[in-house]
Design a protein around this ligand. Structure first.
Ligand code: ZN
Length: 360
């Protein structure tokens, strides 16, 4: 399988000419697989008139599902007995969360991909890890929330795990200070969800007048910016505050979603999100659904070679963003690099059909 070969290599060294045919072949294989194994998916392909052998000639022609579809339908390409884990999106009140069905193989592939990507940024040895959340968040192993799944996924990269917060989201100062005393001068990993990190960790440290010292620390954070933008906190403010309060340099956001966990897009030193070899991003114009050019803002479509147990290999998200370039980021990594610029309003997303779209 193509993905197995890709996983032998580095995540950011495939140039466009090499990457596009590999992606296309992998996506075509997945189209055929899901058509054969997921009734709802095959109905959708039939409805748009796609016929065997399901081969499209370019990645842009790959059919895509919209993310809300995973809230409405039980989409899986495996039998009930093979379901190993069900992931749930966090979902706001009154909304059904997405349900993502994983078998052992897909779950293993997701962890492996995540590890390959994160090792690029953190190096191979596991780092002492400060989890910027409370321990209760991963307790329910049957029905992981996006937060729990994210923390569990990234925890693979760490050792000597320490939770920075109590169950009531207050600072666990005793644990934090102990962690600092033990690991201050080693390379450590800190991870949490952007909004939680800002409100319950950084702001709380500031209120207490505490500055930590982790000169070799790496703060990784993920999650939407909307709630922070409401408080006028942007990426550079977040970064500066984190650097100052934690005594570290490396602060990296990553973009990803539970519907396509494993293919995450990590922010480089230039502030750009990078596509790894196993995934790619396209931007579509809302309404016409045409693929937009570099620099034009539209809805992000994510393609990934990982989802095999459910048809999540090509998804139109509700996030707005733009591609900045390909193979040309000053940081030297190959692949497309992009920005996420916000979320489309729900009413506008509804206009993009609640089911699927015919590729153009
Ligand atoms: Zn870069």
């Amino acid at each position: 399988m193509i993905l197995t070969q890709l996983l032998q290599g580095e995540p950011y060294n495939l140039q466009k000419q090499e990457k596009q045919p590999i992606l296309l072949e992998g996506l075509n294989e997945l189209n055929a697989w899901h058509h054969q194994n997921c009734t709802e998916y095959s109905n959708l392909l039939d409805a748009i008139g796609m016929e065997p052998p399901w081969y499209t000639k370019s990645v842009t022609e790959t059919p895509y599902l919209t993310v809300p579809l995973f809230k409405q339908l039980e989409l899986k390409s495996i039998s009930e007995e093979d379901v190993f884990k069900v992931l749930h999106s966090s979902g706001t009140t009154g909304q059904t969360p997405s349900r993502i069905f994983l078998d052992r193989d897909t779950a293993a592939l997701q962890s492996k991909t995540l590890v390959r990507i994160m090792q690029h940024w953190l190096g191979k040895p596991r780092r002492p890890m400060l989890i910027l959340d409370h321990p209760g968040v991963i307790k329910d192993r049957q029905a992981f929330t996006a937060r729990g799944a994210g923390i569990q996924g990234i925890s693979f990269m760490g050792r000597n795990h320490c939770y920075a917060l109590h169950e009531d989201m207050s600072l666990n100062l005793e644990a934090i200070i102990k962690f600092e005393q033990a690991h201050s001068h080693e390379p450590v990993l800190m991870f949490g969800f952007t909004f939680m990190v800002w409100v319950y960790f950084l702001q709380a440290l500031q209120k207490e007048g505490i500055k930590l010292n982790f000169p070799k620390g790496f703060l990784l954070h993920s999650g939407g910016w909307k709630k922070l933008q409401d408080q006028s906190v942007d990426n550079s403010t977040f970064k500066q505050e984190a650097q100052q309060l934690l005594g570290l340099n490396a602060v990296h956001n990553f973009y990803g979603m539970v519907e396509q966990i494993g293919s995450i897009f990590v922010e480089c030193e230039e502030g750009h999100l990078h596509t790894p070899a196993y995934a790619d991003v396209l931007v579509r114009e809302p309404g016409s659904w045409k693929v937009l050019n570099t620099g034009q803002t539209g809805l992000l479509q994510l393609v990934s070679l990982i989802p095999k147990s459910y048809p999540g290999h090509s998804l139109l998200t509700e996030d707005l963003g733009k591609i900045l370039g390909e193979d040309s980021c000053p940081c030297g990594r190959a692949g497309k690099y992009f920005l996420v610029e916000g979320r489309m309003k729900r009413t506008e997303v509804r206009g993009c059909s609640d089911t699927y779209n015919v590729p153009t």
